[in-house]
Each structure stands twice: as C-alpha cells, then as structure tokens.
Design a protein around this ligand. Structure first.
Ligand SMILES: [Zn+2]
Length: 355
C-alpha cells in the first residue's frame, strides 16, 4: 500500500471512531499567588489561618513566599551581611527584628512549608541589582544560603532553631524591584534554581523556558471597566489607582476594582488558552489592607472551582516540566476544547473576607 492510501485509510478510521476536533486535552487553570519580602509576623499568622481555613476539608490553595534573606537575621546581627557594593550591615529594608521574632518567623515558615506551601527567594537586602554582574549575584546568593542554613547559630539561638529545609530546596526567585541583569540568570542556573518570576508580559502568555529557567511572568492587566493598565501586583495597583497614597475614602472602591480586575483576568484565561495566572502581593498592607482583602476574596471565589489549581510555583514548574513541546504549543494556541468561565458570586466573597 502506498503512503497516500495509508493516509486515506487513517483519515476514515479516525472519522469512524469520532476522533476529537482537538488532539490535546484542556489544561487546568493554574493560579499562582505569591508574596514578596514576608516580614510581618501578624501577616504570617493571618495567611496561615487563611490557608488553613480554605484547606480544612480539601486541598484548595498553596502559596509561594518570596522571602527576603534579612528575615532570617536579627537587627543586632546585621553585620553578618554584606551586599554587593554596599557597606557591611546595610539593607534597603528592615532586618528581621529581635532574635525572638526571627525564631517565631522561622516557626511559621516551617509550619507552612510542611503544609505544602513554597518558600522561595527574594534575595537578601532588597537592593536593586540591575547593574550587578553574575559574581555580584553569586555573592548575594551565598549570603542567602548562609542565612537559611545557619539561621539558629547566626542569631545566637539554639542549634535546634533551624529551617526545615536546606538552601538547595529554595529553587524559585523574584528580584527586588523586578530589577534583573544578564548575570542574574547565569547565577540562578549555577545555583540550581528552577524558575524566575521577575519579568512581565501579557496575561495570556504560557510560560517559556529560557537559559534553563521557567519564566513565570507577572501580567499586564487592564483595570476593570477602565482603559488604565497595571501589573498583577498590589504595589502597582496602589500606584495606578491611588498614586501610592493611602486614602480611607477610596479603599473600598479600589479593593473592589482590584477584585473585579482579577476576576476579569481569571475569566479571560479560564475560557481562553488557560495560561497560568500570576499574582504578586506583599505582606505590607498597602491602602489600609484593601488589596489583601481583595486577594482573599478572589482566592475564596476561585480556588477549589473545577479545573482550577491554586498552586505554588514549584507545583506549576512540575507541571511544565512534564509537558512535551507539541502539547505546550497546542496550549499556547488554545488548541483544545474551550470551556466557558463559571459564574462567580463576588459580593459573597467580599462580605466573607471582611475582618
Ligand atoms: Zn520586593
């Protein structure tokens, strides 16, 4: 039989079996929610409680925490750290407080890590590394490793006080100020990182692997019923909506606008090509906590819905690693049977999220 005849036969065989219009199954809708810096103990408590509540009878949500290394170092031990091109003991954000506070923070981190949340890196002293060489980044990462691996000893705490994981288990990164340099990527790869979240792109982009690292980019979003754009990060909403000024008279309006914008983002991706969602917040309660209320309302509304996975970035990287190139290409094109976005009761989510 010649090749042409085989092709014809294959075609009719497929038609007879009712072959699907698409060769690829619909992927889940990933929702990655992450936090940067991660200093304030009240917020560690609040997010531990929130995750516990959502996960009490099912696995609905896992966060990624991009923890700045200074959180593992008490104020009086600050001289153990020296950032590239800075004087010893300097940091752009506060150190970890008292040794007791560092110990409490480590306890929260170990507990959340044990429950499947991810602890990742936001470098150490929150310096702008856009001009740093690979060697500068290596120096910063070596400091980070010492702070993670020797947290008890560095702070004069008993050796029993330690993180439940070694530095080698910290494989995700977000650069302070999202400031990157070519040397960053060489250093990340050398350190065994799996992914970077320091870039931005359109909201429907499926992650790409560059220089051996998955790039999970923050999204460019259009504010709900507005022509203005922002990045999918609380600080950027704060600048675009409120010019960086906390104003009690606009908090509720801006909170609801963020929530509606996140729901728009969710619905577009869920019913579209299912590109993973990337949302970045801080422990600092910008705008009187309005944005963290919006984030919790969003998580309550979507995490746990069918085909939705609110996972860590490590979980997303696991999924991406298993995809063959043809499947990923089909996802990029949205070449699968689409599904309409579910109805979401926002009013209920907001009411329940009020403190
Ligand atoms: Zn930061």
């Amino acid at each position: 039989m010649n090749k042409f005849a085989v092709a014809i036969l294959t075609f009719f065989a497929a038609a007879a079996l009712g072959a699907p219009a698409h060769a690829t199954d619909r992927p889940p809708q990933f929702v990655a929610i992450a936090f940067d810096n991660c200093t304030e103990l009240e917020r560690w408590q609040e997010l531990s409680d929130f995750a516990g509540e959502l996960n009490k009878d099912a696995d609905r949500i896992h966060f990624t925490f991009f923890v700045s290394g200074i959180n593992y170092l008490s104020n009086d031990k600050r001289n153990l750290y020296e950032a590239p091109h800075q004087r010893r003991g300097a940091s752009n954000i506060n150190f970890g407080g008292s040794a007791e506070e560092v110990e409490k923070r480590i306890a929260f981190i170990n507990d959340l890590h044990g429950r499947g949340h991810e602890i990742a890196s936001h470098a150490v002293g929150h310096f702008d590394g856009r001009a740093w060489s690979a060697a500068d980044w290596q120096k910063e990462f070596a400091s980070y490793a010492d702070l993670v691996d020797n947290a008890g000893r560095n702070n004069g705490l008993p050796e029993s006080v330690k993180l439940a994981f070694p530095t080698s288990a910290v494989t995700g990164f977000r650069a302070p100020y999202l400031s990157t340099s070519p040397g960053l990527y060489a250093a990340l790869r050398e350190r065994g990182f799996r992914y970077d979240t320091s870039s931005t792109s359109e909201a429907s982009l499926w992650p790409e692997k560059k220089d051996g690292l998955w790039r999970f980019n923050l999204a460019d979003l259009k504010l709900h019923r507005s022509k203005r754009h922002t990045l999918s990060m609380d600080y950027n909403f704060f600048i675009v909506q409120a010019f960086g000024l906390d104003n009690s008279s606009t908090r509720v309006q801006h909170r609801d606008e963020m929530l509606e914008t996140y729901i728009d983002y969710f619905k577009a991706n869920y019913s579209g090509n299912r590109a993973p969602m990337n949302i970045g917040h801080h422990f600092f309660n910008y705008h009187g906590g309005a944005y963290n209320e919006a984030l919790k309302a969003f998580a309550r509304a979507v995490c746990g819905l069918p085909e939705v996975r609110c996972t860590t970035y490590a979980g997303l990287a696991d999924f991406m690693d298993k995809l063959d190139p043809a499947t990923l290409e089909a996802y990029r094109k949205g070449d699968f049977e689409h599904h309409a976005a579910p109805d979401i009761d926002i009013s209920n989510a907001i009411t329940r999220s009020k403190p």
